[in-house]
Design a protein around this ligand. Structure first.
Ligand SMILES: Nc1ncnc2c1ncn2[C@@H]1O[C@H](COP(=O)(O)OP(=O)(O)OP(=O)(O)O)[C@@H](O)[C@H]1O
Ligand SMILES: [Mg+2]
Length: 314
């Protein structure tokens, strides 16, 4: 038995598009292994191809070419087993407005052929905090409640792999923390978790391993700590002697962020720039330095470097 929950090889997807927009190459040969038992983050800017990748895994979108194995089952030769091995929480809030949460969960169980006595409808309603709303029409649920119901639907057939496409989009902080705690619990129970999110701080805390996808390609993939340490992303924080009010200095491949305490944080890649380049830039802008410090980069800075600096590279 393989150690990977998911194995993807040379996966390509080109959407046909319309007469006006033409075909769109959303995935350009993706290879990806997702280890069993991990919490794996799939990160990338809008339009990178994350949902396309997830929807192909889920069997909701047809791939153009390549292979996808889920829990050891090839999607083409074992479609049923591979589909039963994965539960997906889609990005779109597509719920039947006239179903109650209880009915939605039961319909989903029917769809996946879960026998009545094996259904865990009440247990799932409890876990997603919708016991009170079990018999209310889905259209009367708030956005956050709908997202939780989608998670509940993905849990119905108790698959070993759970994929969540932006589970916390539009969800308030308290609920987000609850959702993350529950996802951790599911992982501790043995489920392999794959998720996308634009909240990079949460990804940094949650994920053991991360792949960054940009314009249909995987541009980085590693254990979270290695990814942050190994990309050579650097941050130099400058405390100016006088407040800097005008435009911030600009340099290709360097990100600048104005902090609330008036400090300026310059992010750059070691391979492209040196600290001296940043100091030159500051001197040219006529900013005098009261103090400066180097910071360990965050996942967010690494992400910005990998996805925007590359795009600018000649
Ligand atoms: N059904 C479709 N027809 C044509 N093009 C599509 C279709 N679905 C997605 N695309 C295009 O494929 C690319 C990847 O889209 P995808 O939804 O996978 O991105 P994403 O990484 O999930 O982005 P986001 O962070 O915004 O959710 C985009 O350029 C998008 O416009
Ligand atoms: Mg998406």
């Amino acid at each position: 038995m393989t150690e990977n929950a998911i194995e993807i090889r040379a996966l390509r997807k080109t959407y046909a598009g319309s007469a006006k927009s033409g075909p769109k190459e959303a995935l350009k040969s993706v290879d990806l292994d997702i280890p069993k038992g991990s919490i794996f983050g799939l990160l990338g800017p809008n339009g990178a191809g994350k949902s396309t990748l997830i929807n192909i895994m889920a069997g909701l979108v047809n791939k153009t070419s390549g292979t996808v194995r889920i829990w050891g089952f090839d999607q083409d030769s074992s479609p049923r087993q591979s589909r039963l091995s994965i539960g997906v929480v889609p990005q779109e809030l597509n719920l039947d407005a006239f179903f109650t949460p209880r009915q939605s969960l039961n319909a989903q169980a029917g769809l996946y052929g879960v026998p009545r006595r094996q259904r865990r409808t009440d247990e799932i309603l409890q876990a997603i905090g919708l016991t009170d709303k079990a018999d209310a029409y889905s259209r009367t649920l708030s956005g956050g409640m709908r997202r939780r119901l989608l998670l509940g639907k993905a849990l119905v057939h108790d698959a070993p792999v759970l994929v969540l496409d932006e589970p916390t989009a539009g969800v308030d902080i308290e609920l987000r923390q609850m959702l993350w705690a529950y996802i951790r619990e599911l992982n501790a129970q043995g489920k392999t978790i794959i998720l996308t999110t634009h909240y990079l701080e949460e990804a940094e805390q949650m994920c053991d391993r991360i792949a960054i996808i940009d314009k249909g390609r995987i541009v980085a993939e590693d254990d979270t700590d290695n990814l942050i340490a190994g990309t050579g992303a650097k941050t130099l924080v400058i405390h100016p002697a006088q407040p800097v009010t005008g435009d911030l200095p600009e340099l290709r491949g360097v990100t600048v962020e104005r902090r609330t305490n008036g400090a300026l944080a310059f992010g750059y890649l070691k391979s492209r720039h040196s600290a001296q380049d940043i100091l030159d830039l500051i001197r040219k802008a006529g900013i005098s330095i009261a103090n400066l410090e180097a910071e360990e980069p965050t996942l967010e800075e690494v992400f910005l470097q990998l996805t925007s600096a590359r795009a600018e590279a000649p």
